[in-house]
Every structure is written in structure tokens, then in C-alpha cells.
Write a protein that binds this ligand. Sequence first.
Ligand code: ADP
Length: 495
Amino acid sequence: MKLQAVPSSFRRWGAVVCLLAVATAVSWVLEPHVSLTSQAMIYVLAVAIASYKLTWVESAVCAVGAVTALNFFFVPPRWTFEVENREHFIALASMLVVALVISRLASGLRRETEVARLNEHRARQLQTLAAELSALTSPQEVLMLGRAVLETAFTGPCALALANPAGELEQAEVLELAVRDGMRCCMKEGAVLGPGTGRWPGLEAWYLPLGEKGQIFGAACVRPAPANDEGGREHARALCALVAQTLWRLRLASSMQAAQSEAERQQLQSTFLAAISHDLRTPLAAIVAAATSLQTQRERLDAAGQARLLQSIVNEANYLSTMSDNTLQLVRLASPGQVLQRSWESMEEIVGAVLGRVRQHDPSHRICSRVPEGLPLVRADAVLLAQLLTNLLDNALKYSEGEVALSVNAVPGKLELCVKDRGPGIPEAEREAIFQPYVRGDRAGRHGTGLGLAVCRAIAHAHGGRLLLRSREDGGSCFCLQLPVEPQPTTPELP
Ligand code: ADP
């Protein structure tokens, strides 16, 4: 906010003339009924009104004009500037002093009121900015908000830019050359530059570093920057300090998060190594034993015995394949900077392909699917979604005896894929834990690594979706994948 808008110079002087003219006219009209003292009071009232609305110089000129007009129009001898009577001379001099004092006091009061109002407005602006900054999560949002607030406070144009940890301005090319140089210098000096600061007073804006020397997150350019506006400069400094604090908080949070995910990744890798070295041995030993029996004792085994051994090799090899797929996927998804190979995919086709594969291991055809036509496309990595669905179906077949229902539904803004079975269900206490890597339920059989659901949840999260476990009233489990549906492509790429 700027100090209260003052009328243009012409209008202000016009107001002085009008006030004097009105005071003269009123005194003239009332002359038959009032004394000279009352007429003087009417002029003093005009000076008081001028002092409240106009500057000190204008109200002082009004005071002098009031005394002169009273003398000219009403003090004998009238229509001259002369004063014959000493008493009249003293009255006019006193009136001049009183009028000047009133104008001085009134304009001082007005100025103080404006400063108090401005300070209150600035304090409120700082409070609001602090509250709004606390909800932001990215440096870009902080810059945008900071710039908007600076432009409201100073009318602008203002600019804010981030610096990388090496102290280089980011996206410097979008800034004017002069602004870029000013920002670089203020970051280098770690101090405010510009008019009234004693540093680079020739600049046409204030340049403020965001942060303290040694820990500077960027810089701000604030315009206009009058050299005598110390209050404005302090306010700009306070606003920039709030922005810098938020940038510091965000940088701290992101480095903490990076350290945490690195620790989690390392822990996952060591758990993975420990688990894989244990889990690989059992199926491999079973495969070697079955294959050796087939090789050495084929003649002595009947057809059923041979088929049993072959089936055991197929089962163990499938198990190994699923386990290594899941393990590799989990490690890949946990790696920092992992980018998905997303494209527009039809859920109908992914489900069709997965069902084709899973039904080969489901001779009793227990899976019944319901996928309506015309579902929206999803932007997804088809291989990962297929793996997620395979894991859910494998589990449903593994842990239940009856029918397994697979359904896909479009709900507002989402696509929901559910796999339901009538197995034993999952006890309340295990419901969250089973999504952790290498965690298996109490009632789980021998085959399994505890990785399937962890991979499913990681895949769902990587797509911006969720994997939920819902209980079923009549027993069994229901795993639901919810994927966000983005605005559909106008000319869809063929999946
Ligand atoms: P795994 O099946 O290899 O043990 P998962 O991560 O796929 O590992 O599953 C974790 C645990 O969740 C399983 O050990 C099992 O106890 C439980 N579980 C998963 N799916 C089902 C299901 N459909 N019905 C009952 N229990 C299930």
C-alpha cells in the first residue's frame, strides 16, 4: 500500500483557493450578525480543513491567505492591506500564528495516522505470507507467491530467482540483463543493494539476497525503490526473509527425504540379498533333485512318477521366475530417479493378456472377469500393470478355493480394478503389514516370498494410484487398485 493518494498539484491549489473563497463568502453573508472575531474563526476553520486534507506547505499558504483575506475584506480600513488599529494588528498576527500551528499539528497527525495504517497493513501482509508459505511444498510455488506479494506491496515489476547450491542463478535467461547482474552482485555480497542502502545507489531497484551469507537460496529485485523509503526497504527485507526461511525448510526436507530413501534403498537391498540367497536355494534344490531323479532313474519310474517330477520342476521354475521378477521390480521401483515407460493403455487389453497367461496355471477356470466396454484409457506402464494384476490373481488362486472375481469399473476421476476371492481373508492385525516386503501372513503356505503385494503397492504408487484391501462381508479378500484417469488424448495412440 502507498501513502494515501494526494490530489494533483493543480487540484490541491484549487482547493486552497476554494476554501478561502467559501470562508470569505460565509463571513460576508454573516457580517450583519457576527463580530470580526467570529469572522476570523470562520477563516481558521477553513485553515483547519485544509490542514487535514492538504500538505503542510499548502495549508501554511492557506493560513497566510486567510489572514490576508480577513484583513482585505473585513478589517478597517476595508479593501486595503493596511491595518490602522494596533489591536487589529495583534489579532491578525495571533490568528496567523494559531492558523500555522493548527496546520502544522493537523498535517503531522495525518502523516502519523497514515504511517500507522501502513505499518499495520505491512504487519498483516507478513502474517498472511507466513501462513500461506507454510502450506507450500515446492520452491517454484514459493517463488510465485513471494513475487505476487512483493508486487502487491511495491507495485512492481518485481522478480525472484532461485540459486543452485553452487550459487548460480537458475533460469537466469528469463531475467532482464540488469536484473540478473543486480541479483548476482547482491548474492555475492550477501547484502541489500540499491537506492538508500549505501551500496550501488545508482541502481533503479533494490536487490535483496534470499538468506544469509553462506546460505543464500536466491535473490529478489524490488521496484520502485525510492532512496528515502527506509520503511519500504525494511518491509521488502522482512518479506524476503520469510521467503528465504521457507526455501531453507524445503531444501532441508528434501535432503532429509533423500537421505531417508537412500537408507531405505540400502536396507531393501541388503534384505533382498539375504532373502534371495535363502529363497533361491530351496526351489533350486527341488529342481536339481527332480531333474537328477528323472535323469538317473527314468527307467524305474512309471509315467505318473515322471509326470509328478516334471510338474514339480515346472512349479519350482515358475516360482523362481515370479520371485525374481518381483524382486527386480521392487529394487527398480525403489531406485531414485526411476521413470516409468508410460503410454496410453487400454485396461481391457492388459486384463485380456494377463488372463490368457494366468489361466494356463488355472486348469479349473476359477477366474471370472467382468470388464465393461468403453473404459477410459490410462497413462501407464503396461508391463508393470500386468505384473500387478498377475500377482493379485496368483494370490487369489493360491489362497482360496472357490471362484475369483475380477472386475474393472470407471468411477469419477478414477479407474478401479478389483480382485475378489472367497478365501480365508486377512486378519485385521496383518492388513497393513502384508504390503511390506518379505512379510508373509501366518497362514501362508510354503511357496511365497512376501514380495508380491509390496511390488503391487509400489507399482500403484508409481502410477499415482492406490492399492487398497477391503474386507468382504461373507468372507474372503478384495484387493482394489485405483488409478487416476487423466484427460483423454484427442487422437489416442493405439495401445
Ligand atoms: P506371498 O504370497 O509370497 O506370501 P504376498 O506379498 O503376495 O506374498 O502376500 C503377503 C501375504 O498376504 C501372504 O503371505 C498372505 O498371507 C496374504 N495374502 C495375500 N493375498 C491373499 C489373499 N488373496 N487371501 C488371503 N491372504 C492373502
